[in-house]
Write a protein that binds this ligand. Structure first.
Ligand code: SAM
Length: 480
């Protein structure tokens, strides 16, 4: 759907009308970052200052939170119908439906009545039409993510967004107003939904009182790992941007906040469309899949209850640590003491229950690593787990190799900043995986030297040779 226009020059008037206050700061174009906030004069907040300088204040009524959405629904019948039909599942979903309504109402193509306007209707047109997150990249650009952790994450996200949009269309098919926009005229398409999701992901924040929210004007502040400002909700429930203690910002310099110190390169690229090269956070999340020949695979996935992943993260001293509770389920079987049963509750309902050593552990599937700790074969289970993780890491590293990148790329134009971000992600992830491989190798070597493991492997060898000898000497070999 065509977007409305709201030039940034008109923002001061909008702020005056809606009680948004900028103090000694203004909105400006920032090279390579879109809009941002800059100081109008030298700003300083000495360590011994009692009062923290407020740079921006936004009244509570403008905060787009779960409560804000509900308030708007009270005044706008069309939105109420949309929310009741397709919303009330998550704050994110409801905010996206709100943004969808603003997209429609602010578009020059909109021919419906005025109804109850909100300051957001106009503000929405100031939001960018392009967000540099991978869900908005071209096919050719996306091919540069092959082998990175974002390859599967982005395709999974596309599948979810398509499903969400189809569900909205289906649920609103009985509402004339929305059916016309979403199905009959097709004025809003899944591409618009992808944009709304990108806007939400790159501009939403967690407020201490209001929770997940979008805040007009605060969402114009860019990120830096050496941020000079922070936000909070004050006693009047306004959202305020404050200068950090001990910080000075020279006139015309940018004011920044931190979007999160612990976010990995992949998370930053996925949510905001750029990677902070100064960020120390090093981590990667990869999907885990049960073994192809595991007859219990489906039951294990069901019992685990969420998509299984492997997370590798540098600890404080920069050594990669891995965590993957599902890998223990992958490596355990009936002969080890893992069992699944269908049990009937007193109300007649049936549920799949998981047992470890005859104890029902259905409600604690993520505690498996601790639960197996006291078993006499605990070290063997660990060895199996380490071996599986080692293979996953080796496989991922192979997919990330520079040769793979070149041969897999779909020809076509790719923006320089996209190529740079994808290449940076590949470098960060392959460095972390190589270091993790070393750690895993050491863990495996240690486990193989463990007394209980040696005794177990020795007993297995003896059992196998006991079995092989009679078979080999029974004189019935098929030599055909
Ligand atoms: C909350 S908005 C900030 C305002 C935004 N620049 C605008 O024009 O509306 C977040 C977006 O700003 C851009 N951005 C913020 N910090 C950045 C940085 N340090 N480097 C590059 N882009 C940045 C990214 O496009 C990100 O998705």
């Amino acid at each position: 759907m065509r977007r409305g226009e709201f030039p940034v020059d008109a923002l001061p008037a909008w702020c005056l009308l809606n009680d948004v206050t900028f103090v000694d700061v203004k909105v400006a174009d920032i090279e390579g970052r879109g809009l941002g906030l800059v100081a109008e004069r030298d700003l300083v907040n000495e360590e011994d200052h009692y009062e923290v300088p407020t740079l921006l204040a936004i009244p509570k009524e403008l905060v787009l939170s779960a409560e804000g959405v509900e308030e708007y629904a009270k005044e706008n019948k069309d939105f109420r119908q949309l929310l009741d039909a397709a919303g009330h599942q998550s704050t994110r979903g409801d905010i996206l439906l709100f943004l969808l309504t603003q997209l429609v109402r602010s578009s020059p193509d909109y021919t419906g009545g005025q109804g109850a306007m909100t300051p957001w209707t106009q503000y929405f047109s100031l939001l960018p039409t392009q967000v540099p997150v991978p869900t908005m990249w071209s096919e050719s650009e996306l091919s540069h993510l092959r082998g990175t952790s974002l390859e599967s994450a982005v395709s999974a996200k596309f599948a979810v967004l398509t499903k969400e949009f189809d569900a909205i269309r289906e649920k609103t098919s009985e509402i004339l107003y929305w059916d016309e926009i979403l199905a009959v005229d097709g004025a809003v398409t899944v591409r618009d939904w992808v944009l709304l999701d990108a806007l939400y992901r790159s501009r939403s924040l967690d407020l201490p009182k209001s929770g997940e929210s979008m805040v007009p004007c605060l969402d114009l502040v860019n990120h830096s790992s050496s941020a000079t400002a922070y936000f909070e909700e004050n006693s009047k429930d306004e959202v305020v941007l404050l200068l950090k203690k001990g910080c000075g910002v020279p006139q015309s310099s940018e004011i920044t906040i931190s979007y999160g110190q612990d976010k990995s390169a992949a998370e930053m690229l996925f949510s905001y469309g750029f990677i902070d090269t100064n960020s120390p956070a090093k981590s990667i999340v990869l999907p885990l899949e049960p073994m192809d020949d595991d007859p219990l695979a489906k039951a294990k996935l069901h019992a685990f209850g969420k998509p299984p992943v492997l997370e590798i993260k540098d600890d404080d001293s920069g050594v990669p640590q891995w965590s993957a509770p599902f890998v223990y389920l992958m490596c355990l079987n009936e002969e080890d003491g893992l069992e699944f049963k269908i049990l009937q509750a007193t109300d007649g309902s049936r549920r799949l229950s998981m047992f470890w050593q005859e104890t029902d552990i259905t409600d604690e599937p993520y505690a498996i690593p601790e639960l197996i700790g006291s078993h006499e074969l605990a070290q063997i289970f660990k060895l199996r787990a380490v071996t599986v993780i080692l293979e996953v890491v080796q496989q991922q590293l192979q997919e990330l190799s520079p040769g793979e990148e070149r041969s897999d790329a779909i020809p076509g134009l790719a923006r320089a900043e996209v190529l740079q971000a994808a290449s940076h992600l590949r470098a960060v992830e392959s460095d972390l995986l190589k270091r993790a491989l070393q750690v895993l190798d050491e863990q495996r070597t240690q486990l193989l030297a463990d007394d209980s493991v040696l005794a177990y492997l020795g007993s297995m060898e003896a059992t196998n040779s006991d079995q092989i000898v009679p078979e080999a000497s029974n004189g019935n070999e098929d030599l055909s």
